[in-house]
Structure formats: C-alpha cells, structure tokens
Design a binder for this molecule. Sequence first.
Ligand code: PGA
Length: 245
Amino acid sequence: MNKAKLIVANWKMNFFYKQAYNFCKKIISKKKQIKNNFIICPPSSLIFRLSNKFRQINFGAQDCSAVNEFGAYTGDINSKMLKDINCKYTLIGHSERRELYKEDESLISLKILSALKSNIKPILCVGENLNQKRRGDTKKILKYQLNKVLLKKKEFKKVIIAYEPVWAIGTGKTPSIEDISNTILYIKNVLAKKSSIYKNVLVLYGGSVNTNNSKLFLNNINIDGLLVGGASLIFNSFFSMLKHK
Ligand code: PGA
C-alpha cells in the first residue's frame, strides 16, 4: 500500500456557509473510506464556524498577515487570530497573491515567520510562470523562491511546500508526470542542501489537478500530496482523491 498523502483543498473565494457545511458534513459521513490526510482551506469568513462544527477536520487559511501583533492593519488577519479559531495551517505565497497583491519574497518570508511563531504550519507555494518556463528558468526561480524565505532554523521543519507552476493553475494544463516528479526531487535536493531540518519536508503538487490526473500524481513516490483548487469545490472529485490509496 502507498503511504498516505496530504491533500489540501484551496477553496479560494468560493462558498457560503451552507455549501461549505454540507460539503464537510458529507466528508465526515464517509470518513471510513478516506485513505489520505487532508486539509481544507476555506475563505476566512467560514473558518470559525466550520472548525467549531467539524473538530475532526483540519482547517487552513489561504493567507495570513506578516504582523504577529494586534494593530492598525485594516483587512488583515494574523496568525494568532487564526490559532484562536482552531486553524492549524495557512497557505502563504500563493501565486494569485503574488500576482494580484504584489507579494514578494520579503513579505512572504515575514508571513512564514509570523505563522511559525503562532505554531501555524505554513504551506509555501512556489512555481514558475510561463515566461520563466519558456526561458528554461524553472529551477533558477524555484531555488530563489525557496532560498529567499526558508531559514536553517528548526521550527522551519513544519513548513510544507506546494509546487504550483503558475501556468498550470486553473488552465487545465499540467506538466508531465516526469517533469513534476523531477521538479519535486529538485526542490527536495535544494532543501536538503540547505539544512538537515528539511529531510522530511513534504512537497505537494498543485495546478489543474482533477479526478483523472490525480491518480497518476498520487501514485508517484516523489509527490507527497496535492494542492487542489477548482476540483476541491466538487465533492465527488475531491472525495475521489481522499479515497485513493
Ligand atoms: P486549480 O488551482 O487546481 O484550480 O488549478 C490550484 C491552486 O490555485 O492552488
């Protein structure tokens, strides 16, 4: 039997409470069939109610503030507040935040430090865009994105990496399984060179994961799990990934 993988649902800005509640309720009612570990990252408006209702589900946020204290940061939610609503994980540096909100490595690295300080596990998203891929710069970009924000400090062993090529997100396109597997190995090598604290780091793949391609990805020994956007909003698609062994 394959070892259990980690499947992360990124719901992005979707679902009202009722839809999210029904989704989680269905998962719990079928929990005996679940073979993999999973985390659900709902919009922050829903985390509190969901995490109160569904204690058996691990919830994550989609972002967290770079500032760990209370203060005048309109619109922000910090990692202490996430902890307060039973959130255990947070995505950081998703490409949509990098693109739409101009988040760069210096901000992302503060966000990671801030999450770790509150014992929230960061899921750091990295990946090349189409131009970078065309130029053959994928490895260079990944190395930069990892080395700029990950430190040789022991609390960093809680960090999870999600390799998400920007050109694969929401496009229906994915790299070949060989390319994903090799890139993930490359990421693991970069981190192993950095420090032994990264020897058990989990590296997930994300970008246009669906019911059909997920089996191939989950069967690959180098891919530790998946970060799923669109398909995580469709119960049957997401559940087929949770059941896969
Ligand atoms: P997608 O999104 O699965 O819809 O491509 C993945 C993500 O943005 O994390």
